[in-house]
Design a protein around this ligand. Structure first.
Ligand code: RFL
Length: 390
């Protein structure tokens, strides 16, 4: 029997595992996918200053300090012109570090194995049983179909929105859910960034976003109709539409390149409550999903993992369970703050396309919200504090 069984080797599971193993707590990570898949899954890129502090404190930030890029400006392009916010000079004065999630996961995994941690790749957790007791059990299926069982003192569900932890929750767990009614085509292009800032284009044809990843890779988003297939748009149509919405004629054309990854992202949020059920804890995307509009998901995952790690250490090494008792309420307050800001961003960046009275009213409010952000220093400070903070 191990002290802590961690389900999932994403940012949440690997930060948790690293901190625990570093403090001598016995822990095993069960991961459904194979190692190469885990290390090449491109997703997030914008790390908040607090995330960098947490990773640095635990000796997990060498790679991002060496190869990450500091970003501190975002640019809004709208029907009323464009404006920039240098958010590292606003609010609490902090920038983002841009470092692709797959590189972070690779660093975390390497460090975890160096520290003596154990990862079982190709092992899918199926259910968490007896979470009410002090020896919960996780049933698993290996890649070759064999079934097995693991026992631990605690189980950390870091296995995302479709994982076993969520499926094993008792009746009565609350799931707050919202479908924001907006869909994005998420694109990864082998093309250098086209501007030295995050670009948010608000356009009557829909939102378009530009986010640097590395010097030769850029993430773009295009708002699209619900039901759009990821392969439904040709590359030419994608670039033409990006240029139109980002107003390339006025502000300069985009640096085009091959689109190497596409996904359709329905902007959804959910929050589970509570995040603890006996010996089972929910962390990261398993605890709550947040739309990528404000780049909070990976940051929350790291924060929650660090909070749980300290609470587990206090309990297992010093017999103090207060951190574990407070885990759910502590994380939920961070999660709801991030949800509130992400929800605000969705309202800022999207409007209904209709010309009926309701749509016109909504779009005028959105325009006014952008005007406040362009002109009001206190609004800009508020934005910067929430944009970079978790
Ligand atoms: P992950 O990364 O999904 O990892 C979960 C791991 O669990 C494994 N797994 C299982 N293992 C065992 N048994 C099972 N039954 C299992 N089921 C699943 C999976 O294989 C996987 O390895 O969750 P984690 O660790 O909670 O981390 C969350 C983040 O990955 C996520 O919130 C972010 O990627 C969200 N996100 C962004 N967040 C940011 O902070 N900044 C960004 O710029 C940003 N951009 C994004 C994003 C998410 C995106 N997608 C996926 C919609 C951009 C995109 C396109």
């Amino acid at each position: 029997m191990t002290d802590v069984l961690v389900l999932g080797a994403g940012p949440a599971g690997l930060v948790l595992g690293n901190i625990l193993v570093d403090r001598g707590i016995d822990c095993v990570v069960l991961e459904r996918a194979e190692r190469t898949h885990v290390q090449t899954r491109a997703r997030a890129g914008f790390l908040a200053a607090n995330t960098v502090r947490v990773l640095s404190r635990h000796g997990l930030a060498d790679g991002l300090h060496r190869h990450g890029q500091i970003h501190s400006t975002c640019e809004f392009r709208t029907e009323d012109g464009r404006f920039r916010l240098d958010y590292s000079g606003l609010g609490q004065g902090e920038p983002h570090t841009v470092y692709p999630q797959q590189n972070l996961v690779t660093d975390l995994l390497t460090r975890f194995l160096e520290r003596g941690g154990q990862v079982r790749f190709g092992t899918r957790a199926e259910a968490v049983l007896e979470a009410d007791g002090d020896r919960p059990e996780v049933t698993v299926r290996e890649a070759d179909g064999r079934q097995g069982r693991w026992r631990a003192r605690y189980v950390a569900g870091c296995d995302g929105r479709h994982g076993a932890a969520r499926r094993s929750l008792p009746a009565g767990t609350i799931r707050h859910h919202r479908d924001h009614g907006v869909t994005w085509l998420g694109l990864l292009a082998e093309a250098p960034p086209s501007l030295d800032a995050v670009g948010y284009a608000v356009h009557e044809r829909g939102f378009a976003g530009h986010m640097a990843r590395t010097s030769d890779v850029t993430r773009y988003y295009l708002q699209c109709e619900r039901g759009t297939r990821a392969d439904g748009w040709s590359e030419e149509r994608i670039w033409d539409e990006l240029e139109l919405r980002m107003r390339a004629r006025e502000y300069g054309s985009l640096r085009r390149g091959r689109v190497v990854q596409r996904s359709v992202v329905a902007l959804e949020s959910d929050v589970l409550e509570p995040l603890r059920h006996g010996a089972l804890f929910l962390v990261g995307d398993a605890a709550g999903l947040i739309s990528p509009s404000a780049a909070k998901g990976a940051n929350l995952a790291v924060l929650e993992a660090s909070i749980l790690a300290q609470a587990l250490i206090d309990d297992l090494a010093a017999g103090d369970p207060t951190g574990l008792d407070a885990y759910s309420s502590r994380c939920l307050s961070h999660i709801w703050r991030a949800q509130e800001f992400s929800h605000w961003m969705i309202g800022l960046l999207h409007g209904p396309s209709g010309t009926d009275g309701e749509s016109l009213f909504h779009n005028s409010l959105r325009r006014s919200r952008l005007a406040s952000l362009r002109t009001s220093r206190s609004q800009q400070d508020w934005f910067a504090e929430h944009y970079v903070g978790v």
